[in-house]
Design a protein around this ligand. Structure first.
Ligand code: GLA
Length: 359
């Protein structure tokens, strides 16, 4: 465990909170390593072997908390986003007859839990050894009406590193009042290694025959549209860059891929969300989840201004995110799977990242 250098640059965070920021590193029997800080529950690095056994850090990020806080354009590198990951139209929703108003921090919409979402608070952390592997358990209690959301929300996120080179992310939450909850993990991957150019050559498969098209502000229109015959068809693996330049209105709205896909699943339980293969290193990332959707975002807002932990600029499309989640704007779209958590019920979801290599 190491202290992760921090200074109190945010007005309403106390020095004591900053003093409690730590970095936890887990290592498994094959040498895979992940580092996690209790600031924002951020995964700061993921070191995995390539097909020759050479380790690289495949997660974009920084070596100091200040850089996470001050990064231009708020990339949410590695963080848990919440209380509601993704967008809520015009920062408002109605629940049980009451209207709630949230920050429009991604005008005209609300994004990733607001101004000080779960990515910018200090969590309690402990490490533990489990049957599956070593884990970091992070806990945060959001106050009733924090960022405008009703209900005191007790959240636990557990990162477990298994000896099979898997990172298992278990989310758990309970509330004192009915509230929307949609927690996800915002790690940007570059399977060549962070800072090594774009991810456009990574081959991606998404287990989804449909996606949720958006308006120009990235709010879903409500339609579940077939991907077939569009650049959004990743049902068979293809390079991320293959169709990204096509003249398609949805790609214009997203400035590339920044869309939620409706996962093909049978019932509840873990289902495949996506598989990514990087041909040079041979690294493969497989994402499985209990969630109904995955937001595929390919770093369209990166532009080389942010410099990562190894001193390399994070270029346009220098990382991709696979944010397993419920659909964007669910609190305003009654036909979507519900994101409302009620007192007495538990919010429980799991996502797994499995790293392998292909010869
Ligand atoms: C999500 C959003 C994107 C962008 C990133 C952070 O993936 O969908 O539009 O805001 O987070 O830069």
């Amino acid at each position: 465990m190491a202290v992760f250098v921090a200074s109190p640059v945010m007005a309403d965070v106390q020095q004591a909170d900053f003093d409690s920021i730590r970095l936890y590193t887990l290592k498994n029997s094959s040498g895979m390593e992940i580092s996690v800080t209790n600031f924002g529950a951020i995964i700061t690095s993921i070191k995995v072997p390539d097909r020759d056994g050479k380790f690289d850090d495949v997660a974009l990020g920084y070596d100091s908390v200040d850089k996470y806080i001050n990064a231009v354009d708020k990339p949410y590198f590695g963080a848990v986003v919440g209380r509601y990951g993704n967008r809520i139209a015009e920062g408002t929703f109605k629940l049980d007859g009451q209207t709630y108003t949230l920050a429009k921090n991604n005008p005209p919409n609300h994004l990733h839990g607001g101004i000080i979402g779960f990515d910018k608070v200090v969590w309690n952390a402990e490490t533990k050894s489990t049957d599956r592997g070593d884990a970091v358990v992070l806990r945060y209690t959001a106050k009733d009406m924090e960022e405008g959301y009703p209900g005191k929300l007790d959240v636990t996120v557990t990162y477990t590193l298994t000896n099979d080179n898997e990172v298992i992310i278990d989310y758990h939450a309970t509330t004192t009042k009915a509230t929307p909850v949609n927690l996800t993990q915002h790690t940007y991957f570059n399977l060549k290694g962070e800072g090594r150019g774009t991810i456009l050559d990574h081959e991606l498969l998404i287990n989804a025959k449909r996606f949720t098209p958006v308006d120009e502000t990235l709010i879903p229109t409500g339609e579940l549209a077939p991907v077939s015959g569009t650049p959004f068809d990743f049902t068979e693996a293809k390079a991320i860059g293959r169709d990204i330049g096509q003249d398609h209105q949805q790609l214009k709205f997203g400035l590339g891929y920044d869309h939620n896909f409706v996962l093909d699943r049978e019932g509840k339980g873990m289902a495949l969300a996506a598989r990514v293969h990087e041909p040079i290193s041979g690294r493969v990332l497989e994402v499985t989840t209990t969630e109904p959707g995955v937001q595929f975002y390919c770093g369209n807002f990166l532009d080389g201004r942010l410099t990562g932990k190894s001193g390399q600029p994070y270029v346009h499309r220098g990382g991709f995110c696979l944010e397993t989640q419920h659909f964007p704007d669910s609190p305003n779209q009654p036909e979507y799977p519900s994101t409302i958590l009620r007192p007495g019920k538990a919010y429980e979801t799991t996502t797994k990242w499995k790293f392998t290599v292909k010869e």
